[in-house]
Ligand binder design. Structure first.
Ligand code: SAH
Length: 267
């Protein structure tokens, strides 16, 4: 089920069985404990001019969580809570907003994409985050994954190589109240050594192999989730244990390639 869903990261899937979904809705606890940050979405919801549409998007998020995420086996309450809360439609260009809660990756401009909600949830769960953690994300895009992380950990450091996307993400995250996210424009292959070591690292573009600089930047007992490969990509998790680095293969995926600074065509 996981593999099938992830391989469809760039396409739409048919909806899941509704009866089952409603049963899960009844069973599932609605609360989530948040880390000690302000409540960005609540502030945002009060201040947005589009507040008239709020109940609709909240229902769309609830459906997204039940049908695409819970139904495929994601159970971590904090992760599900964050996915319910973050207004995904605010992290895509206006023309794409009607599709924001669909079961697929979507274009965000400049040849880049926002990941499929299920893949965001899967990777977030795989990071095993704790409220006091500091996390590095490589591949900010327009900032959706960073916003999800922001609700779950103390600090998020996010790197983006395409300046226009990174700046837009930074402005949007700030405006929406995600105050514990820092964005840096730069080459994620180098990581963010001044802020290392991190408790967890998430890479949302695909390098051919795990970047060594990133491996050096997560602490003992830390976790790193990174897709590797070219056409065939595999999501892997590295874990630093007392016995050394453990490597697990989690899921076939399809992300945009991670490009080194030297190969980037300026746009
Ligand atoms: N995390 C995003 C999705 C990002 S798509 C979200 O939640 O929506 C992958 C992003 O990685 C793209 O924006 C791309 O420009 C960026 N990227 C590619 N190579 C990179 C590199 N070497 N360093 C940093 N970012 C990179």
């Amino acid at each position: 089920m996981h593999a099938e869903a992830a391989m469809n990261a760039c396409r739409s899937n048919p909806p899941q069985s509704l009866g089952w979904v409603f049963m899960m809705f009844l069973l599932f606890p609605q609360t989530v404990s948040s880390p000690p940050v302000s409540n960005p979405e609540a502030e945002d919801e009060r201040s947005r001019a589009d507040s008239a549409k709020l109940p609709e998007t909240r229902a769309a998020r609830e459906r997204m969580v039940q049908e695409q995420i819970f139904a495929r086996g994601i159970r971590a309450p904090r992760v599900l809570g964050a996915l319910r809360k973050v207004r995904r439609h605010r992290f895509v260009p206006p023309g794409v907003q009607p599709s924001a809660y669909e079961d697929s990756a979507l274009p965000i401009g400049l040849g880049q994409t926002i990941s499929q909600p299920y893949v965001v949830a899967f990777m977030t769960e795989a990071l095993e985050l704790k409220p006091q953690d500091r996390v590095l994300e490589v591949g900010t895009g327009l900032g959706y994954q960073a916003a999800v992380l922001s609700l779950l950990v103390r600090e998020v450091y996010s790197m983006e190589i395409v300046e226009r996307l990174g700046r837009e993400a930074e402005a949007r995250l700030k405006q929406m109240g995600y105050a514990n996210v820092r964005v840096r424009i730069g080459d994620g292959y180098r990581g963010w050594p001044e802020a290392a070591p991190f408790d967890a690292i998430i890479v949302t573009a695909t390098p051919p192999d795990v970047p060594p600089a990133l491996v050096a930047q997560f602490r003992p007992r830390g976790r790193m989730v990174v897709p590797v490969g070219r056409y065939e990509q595999d999501l892997i998790r590295l874990r630093r244990t007392p016995k050394g680095l453990e490597r697990e293969s989690l899921l076939p995926v399809r992300f945009v390639p991670m490009v080194p600074e030297s190969e980037r065509v300026p746009k």
